[in-house]
Design a protein around this ligand. Structure first.
Ligand code: HPA
Ligand code: ZN
Length: 341
């Protein structure tokens, strides 16, 4: 490895746009919270939990991810979860985050929406104040839950409308096409939410098309399978639709066999607006900088490539234009100053 690449990535200012807060629950915190709340976990200890993180596909991961959420009960739990993530983000030189949370994962267990979001927001606001890490919070609907459940979630969210920037769609993808949620996304759009959706992770390219045409999303989460449809790629390039790509997630959930097979560079070379993200870093073996580094090493990315990815992470964000341009200029200056080998 080129010496200094790790340092270059560490110093690169970046945004993270595809991060599930529930997916940042490290086993250590999971056990601390479970003990605090008298919740039983299906593992004897932290090592046993980590050893279970061997996934064969998205569903095998989701089963574990949802079961671990049982440890999250109080507002303070959601604060601690979010605080651990944002402090790591600040240390990794992440300047802006657009994290997801899954309200239904908690309301289905009897934890009120207001408890989860209060802890999350308090931590995000503290991090903005202490570290200058700005944020836009996105709530995701679980696509393997009913339309009624999503509608109820959107209604409850109305109380917090000014605190939630956008809505997304996640969980088991195959057999749950975006079009099922047309009416919910229509309603969310009318209420002024920004719209995103997971599509083309395990699902076919047509799910990406439907997310754009039927749901009207502005960004595609994952989207790597677009490469199977050249006409779709052409459209995504023309319309500058950003993809929030999650390399280590794709390796761990076997969307690709190994890092060297990851299509990140092919997506960039096709002219797409591509961003790198960590998805569920507590489960997939690395936070944002580790995702950049894994791709730099596996795909021989240059410093110019890495700078482009960081610039596009801000370009694809929901930041207001002035802060967006200021951060892009910061990345450019950093890239020029550290052009190196
Ligand atoms: N895909 C779909 N749903 C999810 C994921 C993902 O990678 N992570 C958490 N929920
Ligand atoms: Zn995701």
């Amino acid at each position: 490895m080129e010496s200094g690449l790790r340092d270059f990535i560490q110093g690169l200012p970046k945004a993270e746009l595809h991060l599930h807060l529930e997916g940042t629950l490290e086993p250590e915190l999971m056990f601390t919270l479970a003990e605090r709340n008298g919740v039983h976990l299906p593992y004897s200890d932290v090592e046993a939990a980590r050893a279970a993180y061997d996934f064969k596909d998205l569903q095998s991961f989701l089963d574990l991810y949802y079961s671990a959420c049982a440890a999250l009960v109080t507002e303070q739990d959601f604060y601690d979860l979010t605080w651990d993530y944002v402090t790591k983000a600040a240390m990794a030189n992440i300047k802006h985050v657009e994290p997801f949370f899954d309200p239904q994962t908690h309301t289905n267990r009897g934890i009120p929406f207001g408890i989860a979001i209060a802890g999350i927001l308090r931590a995000l606001e503290d991090a903005d104040e202490m570290f200058g890490v700005s944020f836009r919070l996105i709530m995701c609907f679980l696509r393997d839950e009913s339309l009624d459940s999503a509608r109820h979630t959107l209604q409850t969210a109305h109380l917090y409308r000014s605190k939630i920037a956008g809505v997304g769609l996640d969980s088991a993808e195959v057999d749950f096409p975006p079009a099922l949620f047309e009416s919910i996304f229509q309603e969310a759009k009318e209420q002024g939410y920004r719209l995103v959706a997971h599509a083309g992770e395990e699902g076919p390219p047509s799910y990406i098309e439907d997310a754009l045409d039927v749901l009207g999303v502005e960004r595609i989460d994952h989207g790597v399978r677009c490469l199977e449809d050249p006409a779709l790629v052409e459209r995504l390039v023309r319309d500058r639709v950003p993809l929030t790509v999650c390399p280590l997630s794709n390796v761990r959930l076997r969307v690709v066999d190994k890092a060297q097979d990851h299509p990140l560079k092919r997506l960039m070379d096709a002219g797409l607006v591509v961003t790198v993200n960590s998805d569920d870093p507590a489960y997939f073996g690395g936070y944002l900088n580790e995702n950049y580094l894994a791709m730099a090493e596996a795909l021989d990315l240059t410093r110019e490539d890495l700078t482009k990815l960081a610039k596009d992470s801000f370009a694809a964000s929901f930041l207001p234009e002035d802060r967006k341009q200021a951060l892009i200029a910061e990345v450019e200056a950093y890239g020029m100053k550290n052009a190196g080998s």
